[in-house]
Design a protein around this ligand. Structure first.
Ligand SMILES: N=c1c2ncn([C@@H]3O[C@H](COP(=O)(O)OP(=O)(O)OP(=O)(O)O)[C@@H](O)[C@H]3O)c2ncn1[C@@H]1O[C@H](COP(=O)(O)O)[C@@H](O)[C@H]1O
Length: 107
């Protein structure tokens, strides 16, 4: 079983590597391209996740979801949104009916 702290470690690594030389860091190079480039990657990785799921290729699903989560963390770092905020939101929803959650949302 994987270490569940990996997302926290990845968030910290992204915050550190964003300051690195873009020539040596994917995170720094992507951030240097600006917000639209980061958002484009999220769109691409989401699409690739859908394609992987449609194909039923389990290895591809794992690969693409990892890419998608990673790029979401890069975007969150730019926006000043902490991973803990998302984890807390998931905890808040835990045990609540999805239907109740849907009905509580603004129309
Ligand atoms: N988890 C990741 C991670 N997942 C995916 N990627 C990169 O995200 C890109 C995925 O995009 P694609 O699948 O479209 O592949 P690509 O065609 O190479 O990408 P582009 O050139 O189009 O951007 C690849 O280049 C991957 O290397 C990642 N790059 C970095 N990390 C983590 O971030 C840390 C810091 O990385 P650096 O900033 O490179 O030091 C690393 O130690 C890792 O922990």
């Amino acid at each position: 079983m994987a270490d569940s702290d990996i997302l926290q470690r990845l968030e910290a690594a992204i915050a550190e590597r964003v300051k690195a030389d873009p020539g040596t860091s994917y995170v720094a190079a992507l951030n240097a391209k600006g917000q639209d480039a980061v958002l484009k990657k999220i769109g691409e990785e989401a699409t690739e996740t859908v394609i992987a799921a449609k194909s039923g290729d389990r290895a591809a699903i794992v690969h693409e979801v990892a890419d998608l989560w990673f790029h979401c963390l890069v975007m969150m770092g730019r926006q000043g949104v902490a991973l803990d905020e998302v984890l807390s939101e998931l905890e808040r929803r835990e045990g609540r009916s999805g239907i109740a959650e849907k009905n509580a949302r603004p129309k």
